[in-house]
Design a protein around this ligand. Structure first.
Ligand code: F6P
Length: 527
């Protein structure tokens, strides 16, 4: 089937996307889908009816619909860890029963949500001025991305996010926090992550150093209740979640607490409602009209069909500036694997390298490569029809114009003749030709655009859940377990072993030459 996709891609080599529009006046509507008020337009790609038919056949053969239903029903589809995958239960506000091992998980989920809301209200009504979320990966990226995205709704205490074990991170944050009125939220599914536990200890010592008792100053978000308890955090301040919530899928539950404190429980619920609405669309819409499934097959087409190994996520929404980083974990930790579910080597590329920055900033940085580089980078634009700052309408009009212009420029490009005409008044002869060639844009570069009315709590929920399900569908098609992350383990083990060598307590003689040299250099310059 992969060869079929590659064959289809080869057969379309050199065909201009613009021609597809000229040939089919309804192309934009045909190759677009709407869901929950959002429009996903994938018409500025090489996808045509035959390609879409093949992509959907690939999805159906992979049994995307059956696997989806298994996920929602609590089946243990994370086979290498023997776990269900039920982040969707965290936003199942209608409390449809969801069973794991014969037990409905919903009473527990809703009880924890109610406790979180109670604490959030208490803190928002207290003298706490600053909340510091200490966590990393999925215990940082989601709430950090979401809190920034919802800045207009942020009426609670200031929120800070500390993730890096580099002491510079926590040091910079603590500089602006008054010890008397700061609350620390330790967010760690395992409660063993070295970066988080190191930062948490530093926070505790800092409080003590400032003469403030740590009692009542810490909250824990974890699925390891025992470890959180050992840390001395009372049970009333520990918010648990089950192992069926993957770290990178966890911002909907306790890991979202900092965001809830920032924007308030009502807005957090609106975020959950957005996720729930996208779940409902994903579960019910036929694949042809299913936004996450279509986003996924467009990704499969570009990566496995056309052979473009990266994709750029380009939000024309400044407050989504952390979305690319969030999606890097969501997509790359989920689908960056080289073995299939049965342990055999994948005979095709796994998920793409995901990267990006908000427009228009990216335009003045790396878009040069996107437009004229030798590699093709499929681009995924996101933009709200309305900006979050309605009184600055002129800004938003410019933003929209820039966003639409980029996808048009990527598709159309600029021919040599057009480039010549641009500089004909300045150069002539061979020099005109040479100068013009630098100004040629090959065009025919694929992009998609997700446009929504405006970024608000509910829309954020829709967008995050859309991408989660996209990752799921791509993973099913690739026959990958999207829910484990063994690839992060080796580095952690080696770092633990290297610790005593960095400190000079253990010999590094058995290490390779490069590692020994780096250690020696560091030790020489450390003091
Ligand atoms: O929430 P924890 O257990 O501290 O883990 C943080 C992150 O570390 C990882 O396990 C990767 O090392 C991520 O999957 C996870 O989001």
């Amino acid at each position: 089937m992969w060869n079929d996709l590659k064959g289809l891609a080869e057969a379309r080599d050199g065909r201009r996307i613009e021609t597809l529009f000229a040939e089919d006046p309804a192309r934009a509507e045909t190759f677009s889908v709407t869901a929950e008020g959002m429009l996903f337009d994938y018409s500025k790609t090489q996808i045509d009816a035959e390609v879409m038919d093949s992509l959907l056949t690939v999805a159906r053969r992979a049994e995307v619909e059956r696997r989806r239903d298994m996920m929602f029903a609590g089946a243990k589809i994370n086979e290498t860890e023997g776990r269900a995958v039920l982040h969707t239960a965290l936003r199942n506000l209608e409390a449809r029963p969801v069973e794991v091992d014969g037990q409905d998980v919903m009473p527990g989920v809703l009880d924890t949500l109610a406790r979180m809301e109670e604490l959030a209200r208490e803190i928002r009504g207290s003298d706490i001025t600053d909340v510091v979320n200490i966590g990393i990966g999925g215990s940082d990226l989601g709430p950090k991305m979401g809190t920034l995205a919802l800045a207009p709704w942020h009426d609670g205490p200031r929120c800070h996010f500390v993730s890096n074990v580099d002491g510079a991170d926590i040091a910079d944050v603590l500089k602006s926090c008054p010890a008397q009125t700061t609350l620390f939220v330790i967010a760690s599914k395992t409660f063993t992550t070295i970066e988080t536990m190191t930062n948490a200890r530093t926070a505790r010592s800092w409080l003590e150093g400032q003469g403030v008792s740590p009692e009542g100053r810490f909250v824990a978000l974890s699925s390891n209740l025992a470890k959180a308890g050992e840390w001395g955090i009372p049970a009333s301040r520990v918010f648990g979640f089950e192992d069926w919530v993957g770290g990178r899928y966890s911002m909907w539950g306790p890991i979202g607490l900092s965001m809830m404190i920032a924007v308030g429980p009502e807005n957090f619920r609106a975020f959950l409602e957005g996720g729930e609405a996208m779940d409902s669309h994903f579960r019910r819409a036929p694949l042809e009209e299913n936004m996450p499934a279509l986003l996924a097959v467009v990704g499969i087409w570009h990566n496995q069909g056309m052979g473009h190994g990266t994709r750029a996520v380009l939000p024309y929404e400044n407050r989504l500036s952390r979305l690319p980083a969030y999606l890097q974990q969501l997509e790359m930790e989920s689908n960056g694997k080289s073995v299939a579910m049965d342990g055999t080597d994948l005979p095709y590329n796994s998920g793409p390298v995901v990267w990006g920055e908000p427009g228009t900033n990216g335009q003045h940085a790396f878009y040069q490569l996107i437009h004229q580089g030798t590699r093709v980078v499929p681009c995924e634009f996101l933009v709200g029809a309305r900006g979050q700052e309605p009184h600055l309408r002129a800004h938003h009009e410019l933003l929209l114009a820039n966003c639409f212009a980029q996808s048009e420029a990527l598709m159309r490009g600029r021919s040599l003749d057009e480039a010549r005409a641009k500089v004909a008044d300045k150069f002539e002869g061979d020099e005109l030709d040479r100068q013009a060639r630098h100004r040629v844009f090959p065009g025919n570069r694929p992009s998609t655009t997700l446009i929504y009315p405006a970024l608000d709590p509910r829309t954020l929920g829709l967008i995050v859940a859309l991408y989660e399900h996209r990752v799921f569908v791509e993973g099913v098609i690739l026959n990958i377990n999207s829910y484990d992350q063994w690839g992060v383990e080796l580095g952690k083990e080696l770092a633990t072993a290297l610790g005593p060598m960095v400190e000079g307590r253990e010999s590094a003689a058995a290490k390779d030459g490069s590692t020994r040299q780096l250690l020696a250099y560091a030790q020489q310059h450390m003091t």
